[in-house]
Design a protein around this ligand. Structure first.
Ligand code: PMP
Length: 380
């Protein structure tokens, strides 16, 4: 593919279809999706189980208010709740990750009667007034201030600072089990456990934002299961409907019991919940989280062997991988797209992020590693 087929930033124009982990232009040039779908298609593009479920639902009933029981919603509710750790027994659907976090913060406040939110440096939780208030980057926030206040930030991964910040006035601690936008930051062992202990002691709600880490990507259905820590509220979106716009919040009973009125017209509509049920059922029945763990281990080991000292670090869990480069990640992403037909995402200035669909195989991984080795070496 030649240069004139690209718009600035190295993004191929004219992607017309997707299948599995590949995206195709009109002339059938194939790209490996290592981030173009931003963790939203864990089963790969246009997976037949999702396509069939959605098409059937569209033909039968596109919309009815969520106060009416609809089979697809009931099925999705059951499969979502069953997929979450024991103790998270009630759920609410919404339309995005931001909206899920917004609801989580509201639910935590109404269930505890407190207002303070503790969030982490380098966090990303969304861009509405509440979710943005718990998001770290000033660039996203300053022009919109004042936001929904009373948020205290603590350094991500530091158990002592977290323990010191949580007190009787804390409504919630909100954390990504592994930070995504902040650069694929894996916290030290014991950090999530500390978060559990200090919120328990203070009577605060522990919120895990699994918008990017969830749906099998880290090798378990939910990343918090790798650490064996169950929050009071788990939020998710992105891959939940394998590409359809849907989010969800799973909560413990005490959070549901204490939640005040909260709803949205489109929450849990028939079509998106048909996608949710098909996605979760397929992920679980076909054991894709275990495949993600295996492929993640393979890919990480191969990347470390191939990139060696040319990069600062390869880190992550499963198929949520960050490569800390010695140079700018934007340029590397552009080079990968233009010269190697691989679409990856930066996460911050120097971290190149790999977030492929979970269905990649060893040949795809080998292609990624070979291309990255060339890109990294040619840059250094
Ligand atoms: N939380 C996390 C951890 C995210 O990565 C994102 C999106 N990058 C969001 C929340 C916001 O999700 P959405 O864009 O669906 O509103």
């Amino acid at each position: 593919m030649s240069d004139h087929d690209f718009v600035s930033g190295g993004k191929p124009i004219g992607i017309e279809r997707g299948e599995g982990p590949y995206l195709y232009t009109a002339d059938e040039t194939a790209y490996i999706d290592a981030g173009a779908s931003f963790a939203c298609t864990p089963l790969g593009h246009s997976h037949p189980a999702v396509v069939d479920a959605v098409c059937e639902q569209v033909e039968n009933l596109i919309f009815i208010d969520s106060s009416y029981p609809v089979q697809s919603r009931e099925d999705a509710y059951a499969s979502f709740v069953a997929s979450t750790p024991d103790g998270l027994d009630q759920a609410w659907f919404c339309n995005s990750g931001t909206e899920a976090n917004e609801a989580a913060l509201k639910f935590a406040r109404s269930a505890t009667g407190e207002s303070k939110i503790v969030a982490a440096t380098r966090s990303f939780h969304g861009r509405t007034m509440g979710a943005l208030a718990a998001t770290w980057k000033d660039k996203y926030k300053k022009p919109y201030e004042p936001l929904a206040g009373d948020v205290e930030f603590v350094p991500y991964g530091d158990s002592e600072e977290l323990a010191a910040a949580v007190d009787d006035e804390t409504a919630a601690v909100i954390l990504e089990p592994i930070q995504g936008e902040g650069g694929i930051n894996v916290p030290p062992a014991g950090y999530l456990e500390t978060a559990r202990e200090v919120t328990d002691d203070a009577g605060a709600a522990l919120v895990f934002d699994e918008v990017q880490t969830g749906m099998g990507r880290t090798g378990s259905m939910w990343a918090c299961q790798n650490a064996g820590v169950t929050p009071d509220i788990l939020t998710t979106a992105k891959g939940l409907g394998n590409g359809l716009p849907v989010g969800a919040v799973a909560v413990r009973d005490w959070i549901a019991d204490g939640a005040a009125s909260h709803n949205a017209t489109f929450s849990g509509g028939p079509v998106v919940t048909a996608a949710v049920h098909a996605t979760i059922s397929t992920l679980v029945e076909e054991e894709w989280p275990a495949h993600a763990a295996e492929m993640g281990e393979y890919l990480t080991a191969e990347l470390e062997a191939a990139l060696g000292d040319e990069v600062r670090e390869v880190r992550g869990e499963g198929l949520l991988i960050g490569i800390e480069l010695k140079r700018g990640a934007n340029r590397a992403a552009r080079d990968l797209a233009m010269n190697h037909q691989i679409l990856a995402l930066p996460a911050g200035r120097t971290v190149l992020r790999l977030l492929p669909p979970l269905v990649i195989d060893e040949a795809d991984a080998d292609q990624l590693v070979g291309a990255l080795a060339e890109v990294v070496v040619s840059e250094s």
